[in-house]
Design a protein around this ligand. Structure first.
Ligand code: GLN
Length: 383
């Protein structure tokens, strides 16, 4: 096929897929060129990106964010932290290893409001695959578009910041801002779950916990009692013995999660060992008197470099967050700092067992470089 025959019809703010002239088409290109865009990603600034639908064709709206992770799309789209978000994946091959069984997901369903990829592969090859990504998206009624130029779309988001958007077909719907709602209340467990055995009991406040947090604790032979986000651990009616509290990751604006912040404040007063992950880091900061802010386009990838403060050591971390901690609370010092933009990535109290990280030490997906933080957590309980 003569490469000169391919040209892109890129109209300002309207990225259309490649078109190939009739004459030099191979069969596969012919099928590609004949497919007409069937869906549109419309951003709140008026930008339109046409695409080919491979998901459930019903309009959906949310905050449009991008992630650069190269692997782990099943874990990513089942992470409750993505609730309310339309996820753009910049790595061009998505779907190529299918979908594993639920035991390898980070929650029991797909959490993104919509999915945008550059090249959807509908012919997966992997021993663990039980269905194609397209089948899964249809099963769970999630819209998905193949927009060839996710690079341009991502550059747009980087330049202008993550913004509201919607995937529309024949129908349309209003824009929806997930950060104006308490998304944690929508994703948290509604009942208390008890798992595992061991010398220590961890109360896990489920703000949208990724399953690999629980797996990481159970692997260390502790008992994990998962409670809802608004469970008052200190009310007489709810009492059970525990040795420490882990505040989990979760979606949306940390300011919306006031009941959890109140519970953390009570734990601080009682000097109970506290460990926060991602949203948990933000909630611990707010509970202790710190502040949070919204990043321009967030950190969503598996290669975010975090320097261990006071050392030359830099860890490669998995991240998925749009907010960050600005002012650390009194008595806390920075634990990790993002080597890309200098943002805070962790903090610890200068004497009491209170500490938290903005990144995901449980990975899933991504590198296990910081898994040792779970061991550090248990050591702080023992001493
Ligand atoms: N993964 C998370 O816990 C995300 C925390 C928070 N919702 C944010 O976007 O910053």
């Amino acid at each position: 096929m003569n490469r000169n025959s391919i040209h892109t019809s890129t109209i300002v703010n309207d990225i259309s897929p490649y078109y190939v002239e009739e004459s030099e088409q191979s069969l596969s290109d012919r099928s590609f060129a004949e497919r007409s865009p069937s869906g549109t990603l419309l951003l709140e600034d008026g930008s339109r990106f046409a695409g080919f639908s491979f998901g459930y064709e019903q309009a959906t709206a949310g905050e449009v964010v991008f992630s650069t992770n190269m692997v782990g799309y099943p874990e990513a789209i089942t992470d409750p932290s993505f609730t309310g978000e339309i996820l753009v994946m910049t790595y061009p091959l998505i779907g190529n290893y299918g979908v594993p069984g639920p035991a390898l997901w980070e929650s029991n369903s797909i959490r993104v409001k919509g999915l945008v990829v550059s090249n959807y592969i509908d012919t997966p090859s992997h021993y663990s695959s039980i269905m194609t990504l397209k089948q899964w998206l249809h099963q769970e009624k999630i819209a998905a578009l193949e927009i060839k130029d996710t690079r341009l779309l991502t550059q747009h988001i980087r330049q202008h910041g993550s913004m509201l958007g919607k995937i529309i077909f024949e129908d349309t719907i209003p824009f929806y801002d997930p950060n104006q709602e308490n998304l944690v209340a929508q994703v948290s467990t509604s009942s208390v779950q008890v798992e595992g055995h061991g010398d220590y009991t961890i109360a896990l406040i489920d703000c949208g916990a990724k399953r690999n947090i629980v797996r990481s604790l159970l692997d260390r032979h502790v008992r994990v009692v998962t409670v809802p986000w608004d469970w008052d651990l200190f009310s007489p009616t709810n009492h059970f013995d525990f040795d420490a509290i882990l505040i989990s990751n979760g979606p949306g604006n940390p300011q919306m999660v006031q009941q959890t912040i109140q519970t953390i404040r009570k734990a601080l007063e009682r000097k109970i060992p506290l460990f926060g992950i991602c949203l948990g880091h933000q909630l611990l900061a707010l509970a202790a008197g710190g502040t949070t802010y919204k990043l321009k386009f967030g950190h969503r990838s598996q290669n975010q470099p975090c320097v261990l403060n006071g050392t030359p050591r830099c860890y490669i971390t998995t991240q998925n967050h749009g907010f960050a901690v600005d002012q650390l609370p009194q008595g806390f010092t920075p634990w990790f700092t993002n080597a890309n933009d200098g943002s805070n990535e962790g903090m610890k109290h200068h004497e009491l067992p209170f500490f938290s990280v903005q990144f995901h030490p449980e990975a899933a997906p991504g590198p296990m470089d910081t898994e040792w933080i779970f061991d550090y957590f248990l050591e702080r309980i023992r001493c």
